[in-house]
Design a protein. Structure first.
Length: 128
């Protein structure tokens, strides 16, 4: 599967409508982004069940700002509409494959339980 382009208009829908979504925040002028592009594209062919998407930070500054992208490339991984990974840096093929396998291997019931616990604990914190 080829990568798709994400914008502020389709981002939420793509993440909500797909089980696993990997998002590459990049820019045309970025050397490491250009080096990571073929690695990301190759992974999209190897893992057709996941959605591989790209966000051009120059064209989508509002979306990049919403995710506080400070360095590119930055890779985000979502599963079941939950952000599981957000790190800057161009991953080598082996590391990207390992990340995909880890994301796909997670027990999402356990992840949802932990997210709910953390949300409840954060809500119970006294306000200062």
């Amino acid at each position: 599967m080829a990568t798709i382009e994400l914008t502020k208009d389709n981002f939420q829908q793509v993440v909500e409508d797909n089980d696993t979504v990997l998002v590459d925040f990049w820019a045309e002028w970025c050397g490491p982004c250009k080096a990571f592009g073929p690695v990301f594209e190759d992974a999209s062919e190897k893992y057709p069940d996941a959605v591989f998407a790209k966000v051009d930070t120059e064209a989508q500054q509002e979306l990049a700002g919403a995710f506080q992208i400070m360095s590119i490339p930055t890779l985000l991984a979502f599963r079941d509409n939950i952000l599981l990974y957000a790190e800057p840096g161009a991953l080598p093929p082996e590391a990207l494959e390992d990340l995909i396998l880890q994301v796909n291997g997670l027990d999402m019931e356990e992840v949802r339980r932990k997210v709910a616990e953390e949300s409840a604990a954060a809500g119970a914190q006294p306000k200062s």
